[in-house]
Design a protein around this ligand. Structure first.
Ligand SMILES: N[C@@H](CCC(=O)N[C@@H](CS)C(=O)NCC(=O)O)C(=O)O
Length: 210
């Protein structure tokens, strides 16, 4: 199978980490959503990553839908989430919070990247920054040591660490040192895992000039 997208996309990286963690072999298409937009659009009409091209040519889009497929492929005993019940709901809720943080961080990055300074909306930025900070605070309050829930990695941890990796790369002001100690510990623990090391963001995965 082929994973389409660069690892500076936290949702692409999230899928890559999950593939590595499950031991599912894959190759990569590192097309850029900006520089190679026509190529990405031919795979996903939304011109977004990640996409996963299965061995028979079927194309899956959206990280949650892709991970749902990977969970099914490895089975409930190995999936990074229980198949039913309270713990599943909690992990999905925390994953949704972390996904929302990534989404708000992305909006903030794009706001300044695509708008010249006079057209950046301080009202919109303040709203997004408030939503992002509240999401991070909610996750910080839930965080265990080092994993969010129990004594094992879950999809929530993977999404949180990938979102933090993105903020460290593109939006340092949203995740200043010392502000979120438990989430920092969680992300550090994640980044030390072989599955994360195998999906490190390479220096050539950059955004094009604004
Ligand atoms: N819900 C989607 C979101 C995908 C997404 O936002 N991808 C970003 C890169 S991190 C993208 O392709 N952005 C380009 C665009 O939306 O124009 C998922 O989880 O896969």
């Amino acid at each position: 199978m082929i994973l389409v997208g660069q690892y500076d996309s936290p949702v692409t990286r999230r899928v890559a980490v999950t593939l590595h963690h499950y031991g599912i072999p894959f190759t990569r298409d590192t097309a850029s959503i900006f520089g190679d937009a026509a190529h990405v659009k031919a795979i996903n009409p939304l011109t977004r990553v990640p996409a996963l091209i299965l061995d028979d040519g079927e194309v899956l889009i959206d990280s949650a839908a892709i991970i749902d497929h990977l969970d099914e492929a490895v089975g409930p005993a190995r999936a990074l989430i229980p198949p039913t019940g309270y713990d599943r709901r909690q992990i999905l809720q925390a994953t949704a919070l972390a996904y929302g943080c990534f989404e708000k961080a992305g909006v903030l990055v794009y706001e300044r990247h695509f708008h010249p300074a006079p057209h950046v909306s301080p009202v919109w930025e303040a709203r997004c920054e408030g939503q992002l900070a509240a999401g991070l605070a909610a996750l910080e309050a839930r965080a265990g040591n080092p994993w969010l829930y129990g004594d094992a990695l879950t999809h929530a941890d993977v999404m949180i660490a990938c979102a933090i990796g993105y903020m460290n790369l593109r939006l340092q002001r949203a995740f200043p040192p010392g502000a979120y100690p438990r989430l920092t510990a969680l992300a550090t623990a994640c980044e030390a895992l072989p599955a994360f090391i195998a999906a490190r963001i390479s220096p050539d995965e950059t955004m094009p000039a604004a």
